[in-house]
Design a binder for this molecule. Structure first.
Ligand code: PMP
Ligand code: GLN
Length: 378
């Protein structure tokens, strides 16, 4: 058979989690918490199920949850989306991203992605019949290189995908960088797909620069987030997309024939839980403490630390401890040292290797301590 994605294998996250389980390694590879979510959230979902909220919700999502999301975005970023026609609840950010792409990318269109990028973007663009134009972030710092981005924009450019806080590099775009993007896109009709799944994990007193804060970006943006990241429930697969009404209308045309809608009790539970802003307002401090604990420990190993400004990832340079490629190092580290990590090369086109791997620190302190104890053997 002729395959649609000939170059695609199994995603690195599944591969490394399976290997970590097989080798009994501490799994700092795939990004997910190893601790439970707030019991009140479980209670809110349970209560929804008990009240019989178990049938299809409205296609764009439960109204109370869309209201809660619109309220949160207005409070945090100062932009008021209409809950009725500008917010859609999705099956995680993953479905939001592919649905946005399928809704707007036509065969022959180009979509700019910034490498390293999350591994679903390019296959999603391929499935839409578009072409991914891969522009590297600045080597070493992972900051946007606006000259290169500007050079990549042409008559076929339909959209650009931006992800801040960034997976895997843990950089966070500054206000100046967002303004620069806004200025660059102003004379064009290029759409923005803004992957903001780590929006509530920004450290050191900095603020998340959501595209919603910038009117010239919000007007052309699908802003995507994930309750999985924010509330420690990655397995629930619930997220949302906020976009101006005309873009939302296109989004929903695809969404209704893709998943149609998203599980009802989780949506009601999340809506009730969102009435309290504390859980997401406390998230930066919660993860900053884990980041600091992990970094202090890593500083006593031979790995070289890169900055971590946001997300729940920490990258390290492995060239001080090994001559192996990133992939081989991750296999070796999992099997021989007992800690799983993700090679950055998984986020680039084939073959690029800068000797950097990613750890996830969304783990119990004891898990981080046990990984650090093993990493000290390097
Ligand atoms: N985008 C990025 C940058 C991510 O890291 C992830 C989660 N790994 C997703 C999207 C997908 O989020 P979800 O689990 O809600 O589908
Ligand atoms: N986003 C997670 C990561 O980067 C993994 C999600 C997945 O397994 N697809 O590790």
């Amino acid at each position: 058979i002729t395959t649609k994605l000939p170059a695609v294998g199994t995603t690195i996250f599944s591969v490394m989690s399976a290997l970590a389980a097989e080798k009994n390694a501490v799994n700092l590879g795939q990004g997910f918490p190893d601790f439970n979510c707030d019991a009140r959230l479980v209670q809110a979902v349970t209560s929804a199920m008990e009240r019989g909220l178990n049938q299809y919700p409205p296609m764009p999502g439960v109204p109370a949850l869309r209201d809660a999301v619109a309220g949160k975005i207005a409070a945090m970023y100062g932009h008021r989306y209409g809950a009725a026609d500008e917010i859609t609840i999705t099956a995680g950010a993953t479905q939001a991203i592919i649905t946005a792409i399928l809704a707007v990318v036509r065969p022959g269109d180009e979509v700019i992605v910034l490498d390293p990028c999350y591994d679903s973007y390019v296959p999603n663009i391929d499935l839409a019949g578009g072409t991914a134009v891969r522009v590297p972030l600045t080597p070493g710092t992972f900051r946007p290189d606006f000259d290169r981005i500007a050079a990549a924009i042409g008559p076929k450019t339909r959209a650009i995908i931006v992800n801040s806080p960034h997976n895997p590099s843990a950089t966070v775009w500054t206000q100046g960088e967002m303004l620069h993007l806004q200025e660059l896109l102003a004379p064009t009709d290029v759409l923005l797909i803004s992957d903001e799944v780590y929006e509530h994990m920004v450290f050191d007193g900095e603020r998340h620069q959501s595209a919603a804060r910038f009117p010239g970006l919000a007007a052309r943006a699908f802003i995507i987030s994930s309750f999985g990241k924010t509330y420690h429930v990655t397995g629930w697969k619930v997220g949302y997309v906020a976009a101006p009404a005309p873009l939302t209308a296109e989004f929903r045309k695809v969404h209704q024939f893709n998943v149609f809608t998203v599980n009802t009790p989780m949506q009601h539970g999340l809506a009730a839980y969102m009435a309290d802003a504390a859980p997401y307002l406390e998230l930066p401090a919660f993860y900053q403490r884990k980041r600091d604990l992990f970094r202090e420990g890593l500083a006593t190993t031979r790995l070289r630390l890169l900055p971590s400004q946001g997300s729940y990832f920490q990258c390290v340079d492995i060239s001080t401890v090994s001559d192996l490629s990133e992939s081989d190092f991750c296999l070796w580290l999992t099997g021989e040292i007992g800690v799983a990590a993700i090679p950055l090369s998984a986020f680039y086109p084939d073959g690029f290797d800068q000797r950097v791997v990613r750890f996830c620190f969304a783990k119990k302190d004891e898990t981080l301590h046990s990984a650090l104890e093993r990493l000290r053997r390097l």
